[in-house]
Design a protein around this ligand. Structure first.
Ligand code: FES
Length: 225
């Protein structure tokens, strides 16, 4: 594969959105990844040329963050959080089950090319632990059986809907959305803060250690943001 003219034009568009063009490098790397399935040497060169950076500078950034893949990714990225809260509530068992189902370990792609496996860090979703993500959509409070069933459905080509609402679309499509070049009409996809997310705020408010301004807005059950 190669970087298309459309993508090159979109890289320029992203760079133009920031007062300092190099601030666009992270979304640009996601855009490159959406086209080639990973941050390829050609993708690095395209970003460098757009921003007037050296390829070494771009490679240094892309190799620092685990969301940027340095070899072709699978069709779906499967992330299982095994940080503290998820681990306490069964994250390691979820990981073990899906890793065995996929036939691939951490940072490996399944032999059929479907699943890109990763033990991920805390997703700020501890209230819903243990969590699995598929193409960065959440599967909350999952069990080993439920998680394996998701992989089975994906392998069968079935439509898979995350527990927060959005449909799983594939790694490359998700990467294009993350780049910000086009939200594909998904800006308002998924729910807002739910009861579990608000529970700690409510408990804090009950104990008089809520928001410093005493506002009850954060515990009203309305949208979090
Ligand atoms: S520890 Fe898993 S989401 Fe925070």
């Amino acid at each position: 594969m190669s970087i298309s003219e459309q993508t090159r034009a979109e890289l320029v568009e992203l760079a133009g959105r920031y007062p300092v063009a190099r601030s666009a490098l992270l979304p640009m790397l996601h855009l490159v990844q959406s086209e080639e399935g990973y941050v390829s040497p050609e993708g690095i060169a395209a970003c460098a040329a757009t921003l007037g950076l050296s390829t070494a500078e771009v490679a240094a950034v892309s190799s620092f963050y685990t969301m940027y893949k340095r070899r072709p990714a699978g069709k779906h990225h499967i992330g299982v959080c095994t940080n503290t809260m998820c681990a306490l509530l069964g994250g390691d068992a979820v990981w073990q089950a899906v890793s065995e189902r996929a036939g691939a370990g951490h940072d490996e792609v399944s032999p059929d090319g479907l699943f890109d496996m990763e033990r991920i860090e805390c997703q700020a979703a501890c209230t819903h632990a243990p969590v699995m993500t598929v193409d960065w959509e959440f599967f909350d409070q999952t069990t080993p059986e439920q998680a394996v069933a998701v992989l089975d459905q994906l392998a069968a080509g079935a439509e898979v809907v995350s527990t927060r609402g959005p449909v799983v679309r594939g790694f490359r499509a998700a990467e294009r959305t993350i780049s910000g070049i086009d939200d594909d009409g998904l800006t308002d996809e998924g729910g807002h803060a739910d009861e579990l997310m608000l529970a700690t705020l409510r408990a804090a408010a009950e104990r008089g250690i809520g928001p410093a301004d005493g506002s009850a807005a954060a515990t009203s059950g309305g949208p979090a943001a």
